[in-house]
Design a protein around this ligand. Structure first.
Ligand code: DX5
Ligand code: ZN
Length: 221
């Protein structure tokens, strides 16, 4: 297994002080910045784009930036996020007409590529592309908003995704996104996740370091 990573979703950060919020959460022990991109088309909400990613890099953020594209179509924004300094770029298979081509575009840009699965999206989209996947992201809420409740059926799906990763014999991260909290992260880790997005669970608390430590403590149990 790869080392576990905590990836705060900046969707729940204070956008008026974004640079400071990202600095604080990284200083508090976060590993990765989870960057939610919503287009008010693929999902019913509108957030931030490549200019904000580039601004964070210029601000001095050197940690991996995990760009979760909830947009349709995907290819233009993939190109822009490669230029903006993304580390991981993931997209939803329903949002691309040419999944293989979009994955290759990410790889050719020197970024890590991944597919994102909504709660009701089957994992068979992985069947012919496992050789170019660096990350599988399972949504444990319907995408569009922070602060929703974890959908328990995702635990079985995590186990299935973990089996697929083991069978591939490749190094692939298994990320979970939506409703991850101190009181459920333990069973999520046990089901096979190694990369944990948490938005409201971290940013809605006063002490980010204490919350991140509590999340890690649960994973280690
Ligand atoms: C939802 C986003 C998530 C969201 C997670 O569409 O992809 O990253 O911010 O927020 P919490 O952790 O509050 O469920
Ligand atoms: Zn996300």
């Amino acid at each position: 297994m790869l080392p576990d990573l905590i990836a705060p979703s900046i969707l729940s950060a204070d956008f008026a002080r974004l640079g400071e919020e990202v600095d604080n959460v990284l200083a508090a022990g976060a590993d990765v910045v989870h960057f939610d991109v919503m287009d008010n088309h693929y999902v019913p909400n509108l957030t931030i784009g490549p200019m904000v990613c580039e601004a964070l890099r210029k601000h001095g953020v050197t940690a991996p930036i995990d760009v979760h594209l909830m947009v349709k179509p995907v290819d233009d924004l993939i190109r822009m996020f490669i230029d903006a300094g993304a580390t991981y770029i993931t997209f939803h298979p329903e949002a691309s007409e040419h999944i293989d081509r979009s994955l290759q575009l990410i790889k050719d840009g020197g970024c890590q590529a991944g597919l994102v699965f909504n709660p009701a999206t089957p994992l068979h989209h992985l069947d012919y592309v496992m050789d170019r996947i660096d990350m599988i992201l399972l949504m444990s809420v319907n995408p569009g908003f922070g602060g929703q409740k974890f959908i328990p059926g995702t635990l079985d799906k995590l186990r299935e995704a973990r089996r697929r990763i083991e069978a591939s014999k490749r190094t692939i991260r298994l990320e979970i996104d939506g409703g991850v909290k101190v009181d459920n992260i333990r069973e999520i880790a046990a089901a096979g996740a190694d990369t944990f997005v948490a938005g409201s669970a971290i940013f809605n608390t006063e002490d980010y370091a204490a919350t991140i430590a509590a999340l890690r403590e649960q994973i280690a149990l």
